[in-house]
Design a binder for this molecule. Structure first.
Ligand code: UDP
Length: 320
């Protein structure tokens, strides 16, 4: 099978590339960034890396026409972007997604769209089932542009599904693991890890009582592959994650312990890190029944085990 992965050079995309190559498939990556995260595969003749963007419709159409299955992962992700460059978030995530779906529809190719747990916003009714409400703040708070952009992508998927295109939406819950972001930037685990490895204070925002369900990448990828292969997944949306909930303070303590670090925890006000256009989400927990029932996958990797593997990876790959 030929699989096109837009954003295949990113964190999830690179692991998805590994998974399909290991299955024996051929993978086409369309990626604006670097080959760094797939460099261990670059000599594989079944991997084709195209450095271009989903805005280049000629290239995109050529790739879609050749593919049997399309994963649309190319997006602008990360809180620093939601509050730093909302235009890019909206442009890439809305208009880029529209391009992919339009051309997939033209060629009748199945699409899996990577969405996010952010679409639920700060809905206080935990855990969140796939059909639960979206509870967002004002459009004056830049943070919500990401949630909104991905929700528009989902609406497009469902709209095209009504017109006969096979689409599946997957909503990721704080996936982490090797190749996540560069140390010190991006998501909380790489930020904490950089601080812990240098024995500097670990910056917990607020009092650290906010929670997340950290999902190890191998578990998320297993579910993502099934989302693209199973016929029962067509037209559906899935939470992809674990329902084991941890506070951010607990995460900081575990990382310090597992890294053998001497760091202390320092609580910082959120505006000090992200400025005024940020609003934290107090709790985020998925209901994962549908993932288990239809995709046949349970995210089983314990947090300590996943963190230990992540730490080991970043220790031997300091350039990341
Ligand atoms: N966080 C933190 N310290 C940091 C960066 C993030 O305490 O230096 C917290 C953040 O406030 C949030 C959680 O870690 O509650 C997860 O943040 P992340 O940016 O990884 O993604 P989110 O889950 O908010 O999309």
């Amino acid at each position: 099978m030929k699989v096109l992965i837009t954003g295949g050079g990113g964190f999830l995309g690179s692991h998805l590339t590994d998974a399909f190559l290991e299955r024996g498939d051929e993978v086409f990556i369309l990626e604006t960034g670097m080959t760094l995260k797939v460099k261990h595969r670059i000599s594989d003749p079944r991997l084709h890396f195209v450095r271009d963007s989903v805005f280049n419709e000629t290239i995109l159409e050529g790739l879609i026409a050749r593919a049997d299955l399309v994963y649309h992962l190319a997006a602008v992700v990360g809180v620093e972007h939601y509050v730093g460059d909302p235009y890019q978030v909206l442009n890439v995530n809305v208009n880029g997604t529209q391009n992919v779906l339009k051309l997939a529809f033209k060629h009748g190719k199945r699409v899996v769209f990577s969405s996010t747990s952010e679409v639920y916003g700060r809905n206080p009714k935990i855990p969140w089932g796939e059909d639960d409400d979206r509870v967002l703040g004002s459009t004056r708070i830049d943070r919500w542009c990401y949630s909104t952009s991905k929700a528009i992508g989902e609406h497009f998927c469902f709209a095209y599904a009504k017109m006969g295109l096979k689409t599946t939406v997957v909503r990721y819950f704080n996936v982490y693991g090797p190749r996540l972001d560069a140390i010190d930037v991006g998501r909380v685990i790489t930020i904490f890890l950089g601080q812990a490895l240098r024995n500097e204070p670990v910056t917990v925002i607020g009092d650290g009582s906010q929670t997340r369900c950290f999902t190890y990448v191998a578990d998320a990828i297993e579910a993502t592959v099934e989302a693209g292969l199973r016929e029962e997944a067509v037209g559906e949306v899935f939470n992809i994650g674990t329902d084991r909930e941890h506070t951010i303070r607990d995460l900081a303590e575990r990382l310090i312990r597992l890294a053998g670090s001497k760091s202390a925890i320092r609580c910082v006000p959120q505006h000090e890190v992200y400025g005024p256009s940020y609003e934290d989400i107090p709790r985020r927990v998925p209901n994962v029944d549908k993932m288990r029932r239809i995709l046949g996958v349970t995210a089983r990797t314990p947090l300590d085990e996943g963190l230990a593997r992540t730490i080991a990876y970043f220790r031997q790959a300091p350039h990341f």
